[in-house]
Design a protein around this ligand. Structure first.
Ligand code: UN1
Length: 497
């Protein structure tokens, strides 16, 4: 009998007010039932918010370095449990174990980074216009943060949001994706074990349409951080705009890797395989377009197809597996739909393009790694995010054309150029209209201490990672201290130079 899991609300593990649960199953073999998780409703959200404000009142007065110390313990516990969390994650969402370990490691890095920020929560002191007066700024927490996260990085992405939110002194309401509630639960258990006070963190499981919407639309959640699709992000943005909420959005991508004719092709090949098919292509940073210089196009395509055909699909827990399943039936159906669209558009299917055959994979949401060649700039496969193991190859004549094609989509997250020409590399850094550019590495692999985010329909200007995310989760206050003993009137009592 599979375990029945609970929400964590008002300092206790509790059943949902709805009395309803859903089943969470292993995408590599849906006969494997992981557990039953709450299908919560607005009442649960309401209780969580009321409790979170109580938690906030105490938490906001805890000295920031002390909050940082708790987050360092979170990092220690994640390190201790890294292997078992990685296994939980692979079983729950399918990515191969090495990648799941990397996902937990990203959480560990984020925790230690947050611990350091605890001693650096910077305001600044500047000279005043007037004598015997100090002018400075400081950072203040905001209140309760609604954290809504996707399935593809079940540990890393929640930590990117929750750790800085907590370090800044906010309380959080965390709604993990319905596809990865188990990893989300483990994260909350660790936060509590490390010493985050119970009412400071609330975990509410359930569907976006019930739980997510209730969090976003609630007047007492002034801060929302969301990673997911552009479509849902736009809907959230509309609500937050009306309500004057502070909102951070991380959404779609259509990231390209450009391979020039002087590139180290063996290196580029490893990068393309990793970038396109890591996490089964289900990353917002995935390499989903490959722009090949015409002089190496045919040769590189042959090298690529040869390797893609050898990638082994399977359960991510097995050491023989290169590529795991997709997250669920809807994701698989969507990928198959795009294969159809690409064929109709006249792109040439060079490998994959279907579910695998054979009994071994018959109970999972598997799709073969797929490559389309002859993809035209402007076609739907070249423009739209698939979020699956499908790579679109476009032939280009020059770096200029590659940059134009790269920039000709509605997203702007990550980008990559393989070349040995230093001028080309710097030109690309300057001109690729994405907020992450890799030289001689694929489009994935962001690190915790650098800003992460994109332009256009990828985001709304905020960044995760780095110190920038701490700006999002806190408010600035300006402070003036006049110790002159007389009324000094700014802008009026000016002095001559
Ligand atoms: C995402 O796909 O939403 O750079 C995040 C990367 C990972 C994070 C991806 N470190 O691909």
């Amino acid at each position: 009998m599979a375990k029945t899991f609970k929400n964590f609300i008002a300092g206790h593990w509790v059943s949902p007010s709805t009395g309803l649960y859903y089943e969470n199953r292993n995408p590599a073999d849906w006969r494997d039932l992981i557990g039953r998780f709450p299908s919560s409703g607005p009442k649960d959200v309401e209780r969580a918010i009321a409790s979170a404000w109580r938690g906030f009142e105490a938490w906001r007065t805890v000295p920031v370095p002390q909050r940082g110390d708790i987050l360092r313990r979170v990092g220690d516990l994640l390190t201790k449990h890294k292997e078992s969390i990685a296994r939980t994650m692979t079983r729950e969402m399918g990515k191969v174990l090495a990648e799941a370990r990397g996902d937990v490691q990203e959480g560990i890095d984020t925790a230690y980074y947050a611990a350091g920020e605890g001693r650096r929560r910077i305001g600044y002191t500047v000279p005043s216009e007037l004598r015997n007066k100090w002018a400075m700024s400081m950072r203040r927490p905001i209140g309760v943060a609604g954290i809504i996260t996707p399935f593809n990085f079940p540990m890393a992405i929640p930590t990117w949001k929750i750790f800085p939110a907590l370090l800044c002194g906010n309380a959080v309401i965390f709604k993990p994706s319905v596809d990865v509630p188990h990893t989300g639960t483990r994260l909350v258990e660790i936060l509590l074990e490390a010493g985050v006070p119970p009412e400071v963190v609330q975990l509410v499981h359930g569907r976006g349409a019930a739980v997510g919407d209730a969090i976003v639309a609630h007047p007492r959640v002034p801060l929302i951080s969301y990673t997911g699709s552009t479509e849902i992000g736009s809907r959230i943005g509309a609500v937050c705009g009306r309500m004057h909420k502070r909102l951070s959005l991380e959404m779609g991508g259509k990231n390209a890797m450009i391979v020039m004719d002087d590139a180290d092709l063996d290196l580029a090949l490893e990068g393309a395989l990793w970038g396109a098919f890591g996490t089964t292509g289900q990353r917002c940073t995935a390499t989903s377009r490959l722009l090949l210089h015409r002089r190496i196009h045919d040769r590189f395509l042959r090298m690529l197809v040869d390797r893609v055909e050898k990638l082994r699909l399977g359960d991510g827990l097995l050491p023989t597996t290169d590529v795991g399943p997709m997250i669920n039936e809807a994701a698989l159906t969507n990928t198959m739909r795009y294969v159809g669209i690409a064929k109709d558009e006249g792109a040439e299917l060079v490998c994959g393009g279907a579910r695998p055959r054979g009994a071994k994979l018959a109970h999972g949401w598997f799709h073969r790694p797929t490559v389309f060649a002859g993809v035209k700039a402007g076609s739907r496969l070249e423009q739209e995010e698939v979020f699956g193991p499908v790579l679109a190859v476009v032939r280009v004549k020059s770096l200029d054309e590659a940059i134009r094609v790269n920039n000709g989509v509605r997203y702007g997250l990550s980008s990559s150029l393989y070349t040995k020409d230093i001028d080309a590399a710097y030109t690309a850094v300057a001109e690729l209209d994405c907020r992450i550019t890799y030289i001689n590495a694929p489009t994935i692999g962001a690190e915790a201490h650098l800003p992460f985010g994109g332009v256009k329909e990828t985001g709304n200007g905020h960044r995760e990672g780095g110190w920038q995310v701490y700006e999002f989760f806190s408010e600035t206050k300006a402070v003036y201290v006049d110790y002159s003993g007389s009324l000094q009137r700014a802008q009026i009592d000016t002095y001559d130079v």
